[in-house]
Design a protein around this ligand. Structure first.
Ligand SMILES: [Zn+2]
Length: 310
């Protein structure tokens, strides 16, 4: 734990003092760099948005929760243009689960994308990563509304003091791709969704999970699903199911909620989950057993509240 706290501090230490102070303030609120802040730091550091994203990678990686691999992935996603063509930036890191199959792992790219999506973004312009995206992530990202225009930014060399980077479209990393259009879909992941599901009973945690289910992305199975996790300080984090045309790189609603929570709390802080709810539509598949299994590894003793919505 101490090593990762140091990783966070040393990742911040390379920023000029003013930026470092403001960045710490921003991260205390959550894993989102507002566009105006990013613009002022870019100005202050005489850098570019791409280089700022590269600067931020070690900060994002310090949040990685990796008890199995000890391999820390950092990712920074750039949302869609706002006024003055600025965009918010979203941090992400990888998350692993002890005692569970490796297929439950959340990759850093998924975490940053999920973070942006849960904050209302409807696409990504660019994604910076501290290592080349694995095949699984290339497929996951190909589901995005902006898959055809998404740029992947990679550090150009291993020199920690050199922030130069390469830019290539996702399609460069995934030629001859299989994606939503092969299954007859015109939309994609991060498109604004509202499924109109309701539940007739359930705790306030379940009511929050319902919001996740209503905004979830499940065009292939219609298993619209959301998970809400409550911490001992009463904060509730809600995640959404994100399905994939190739099925396996789908991100479960629990992974989504936990990946978000992991970026909101200080690096390596205890999760302290006290309640969990899964709300999902009636469908040919279900998130229930996978959610219970994953929950058992991060919050043993917490019983999953499962509500089927109509
Ligand atoms: Zn990956």
């Amino acid at each position: 734990m101490a090593a990762q706290e140091n990783a966070f501090e040393s990742a911040l230490a390379v920023f000029p003092e003013t930026v470092r102070t403001e960045l710490k303030e921003v991260l205390d609120e959550g894993p989102v760099i507002p566009a105006e802040r990013a613009a002022s730091w870019i100005d202050h550091m005489s850098t570019s948005v791409g280089q700022l994203m590269i600067w931020l990678l070690p900060v994002a990686a310090s949040y990685a929760r990796v008890p199995i691999s000890n391999y820390h992935v950092g990712a920074v996603a750039q949302g869609m243009p706002r006024g003055n063509s600025l965009a918010h930036l979203y941090l992400g890191s990888n998350v692993e689960f002890s005692g569970q199959a490796l297929s439950f792992t959340v990759h850093g790219e998924q975490c940053a994308t999920n973070n942006a999506w849960l904050h209302g973004e409807t696409g990504l312009q660019a994604l910076a990563i501290n290592a080349a995206p694995c095949g699984y992530c290339r497929q996951f990202l190909y589901e995005l509304t902006t898959a055809k225009s998404l740029n992947i930014l990679l550090k150009a060399n291993t020199n920690p003091n050199d922030y130069s980077y390469t830019t290539n479209p996702l399609t460069y990393f995934l030629p001859q791709a299989f994606g939503p259009s092969d299954l007859g879909l015109t939309g994609g992941l991060m498109e604004s969704e509202s499924h109109g599901l309701t539940i007739s009973s359930g705790s306030n945690v379940a009511q929050t999970a319902l919001q996740g289910a209503n905004a979830s992305y499940a065009p292939y199975t219609k298993d619209y699903a959301g998970v809400a996790l409550q911490q001992n300080n009463q904060t509730i984090y809600v995640g959404r199911y994100a399905e994939n045309a190739a099925y396996n790189p789908s991100m479960s609603p629990l992974e989504s909620a936990l990946a978000l929570m992991n970026m909101f709390i200080p690096p390596q802080a205890p999760l302290n989950i006290t309640a969990a709810a899964l709300v999902e539509a009636q469908a040919d598949i279900s998130q229930k057993s996978a959610t219970e299994a994953t929950l058992a590894s991060i919050a043993p003793g917490v019983t999953l509240e499962h509500v089927v919505a109509s």
